[in-house]
Design a protein around this ligand. Structure first.
Ligand SMILES: NC(=O)c1ccc[n+]([C@@H]2O[C@H](COP(=O)([O-])OP(=O)(O)OC[C@H]3O[C@@H](n4cnc5c(N)ncnc54)[C@H](OP(=O)(O)O)[C@@H]3O)[C@@H](O)[C@H]2O)c1
Length: 243
C-alpha cells in the first residue's frame, strides 16, 4: 500500500510512540486521524506539525461504543479508512498477589478489547480499500513479567489477535503487529534499571520511537505480509550469552 493520500487512524497519537508513528506516516503522505484521550494538546500539535493533513479525535477506548463512534467519525469525515494503527495501551504495575478485578478489567479493556472492536468496526472499510491494520504488542508477551502480568497477557492476546485478524481480513486486507522491546521506558525507571535494560539487549542500547515508527510504516506498505509479529527489540528476546 502506497501511503500517499491514504487515510490512517493512529490511536494514542498525541504522545510518545503514537506521536512518532503519526508523524512518520503523515510525513510519508498519509492523512492522519490522530486519536487521543487525555493528550488533546499533544494531538493538536501533531496535526499542526503535519500542516493540517489530519484531524484530532477524542475517545475513551475502554468503551466499545466509543471505539465504534471513533471509526464512524473518521469515515464520516473522509469517506474511507485505509489503515489502522492500534497503539493506545496502559502499562500498569500490578505485582502478582495484589492484582484486583478492576486492575485486570481496565488493562484488558484498553489494551485488548479496544483493538478487537476497532478492527471489527473498521473491517468493511479496510477491506474495500485493500488496507491494513498494525497492532502494537510487546516482546514481554513471550516472557511475561510477574510485576506486570495482566499487561503482558494483554500483549500475548495481541499476538494471537494479529493471527486471527489476518484470517478475518483476508484476502482483501491485512493485519500485522510490531512488538517493541525497550524503547521509551517509563520515567519511573531509575538509572540502575535503565542500565540493566541496556545490558539485556544484544545491540546494547535502548531503541528510539523512530525504530518502531519505521516498522509500522513497513508493515502498512508490505502488501504480501500478513499475520506477522515483528519484534523491534535490539535482540532482547535472544538472550545475550553473558551480561
Ligand atoms: N514505550 C515502550 O518502550 C514500549 C515497549 C513495548 C511496547 N510498547 C507499546 O507501545 C505502545 C505505545 O507505548 P507508549 O510507551 O508510547 O505508551 P504510553 O506513553 O503509555 O501512551 C499510552 C497511550 O494510550 C492512550 N490512552 C491511555 N488511556 C486511554 C484511554 N482510556 N482511551 C484511549 N486512549 C488511551 C494515551 O492517550 P492520551 O495520552 O491521549 O490519554 C497514550 O497515547 C503501547 O501499546 C505499549 O504497550 C511500548
Amino acid at each position: 500500500m502506497d501511503l500517499e493520500d491514504r487515510i490512517i487512524l493512529v490511536t494514542g497519537g498525541g504522545k510518545r510512540l503514537g506521536r512518532a508513528i503519526a508523524l512518520k506516516l503523515g510525513r510519508a503522505g498519509a492523512w492522519i486521524a490522530v486519536h487521543h484521550h487525555a493528550s488533546g494538546a499533544g494531538a493538536r500539535a501533531v496535526v499542526a506539525a503535519l500542516e493540517g493533513r489530519g484531524r484530532t479525535y477524542r475517545a475513551d477506548l475502554r468503551s466499545v461504543p466509543e471505539t465504534q463512534a471513533l471509526v464512524a467519525a473518521v469515515l464520516a469525515d473522509r469517506g474511507r479508512l485505509d489503515g489502522l494503527v492500534l497503539n493506545a495501551a496502559d502499562f500498569p504495575r500490578t505485582p502478582f498477589g495484589t492484582v484486583t478485578e478492576r486492575d485486570w478489567d481496565d488493562v484488558f479493556a484498553l489494551n485488548l478489547k479496544a483493538p478487537f472492536f476497532l478492527v471489527q468496526s473498521a473491517a468493511p472499510a479496510l477491506k474495500s480499500s485493500r488496507g491494513a491494520a498494525v497492532l502494537i504488542g510487546d516482546v514481554s508477551a513471550r516472557n511475561p513479567w510477574v510485576e506486570f502480568l495482566p499487561y503482558c497477557l494483554t500483549k500475548t492476546g495481541i499476538a494471537a489477535l494479529t493471527l486471527g485478524l489476518a484470517k478475518a481480513l483476508a484476502p482483501e486486507a491485512r493485519a500485522n503487529a510490531v512488538a517493541p522491546g525497550p524503547v521509551l521506558p517509563p520515567a519511573r525507571r531509575d538509572a540502575a534499571e535503565r542500565a540493566r535494560l541496556i545490558r539485556s539487549t544484544l545491540l546494547r542500547r535502548i531503541g528510539r520511537p523512530a525504530d518502531v515508527a519505521r516498522a509500522v510504516r513497513y508493515l502498512l506498505e508490505a502488501d504480501y505480509v500478513t499475520g506477522q509479529v515483528l519484534a523491534v527489540d535490539g535482540g532482547q528476546t535472544i538472550r545475550p550469552d553473558r551480561d
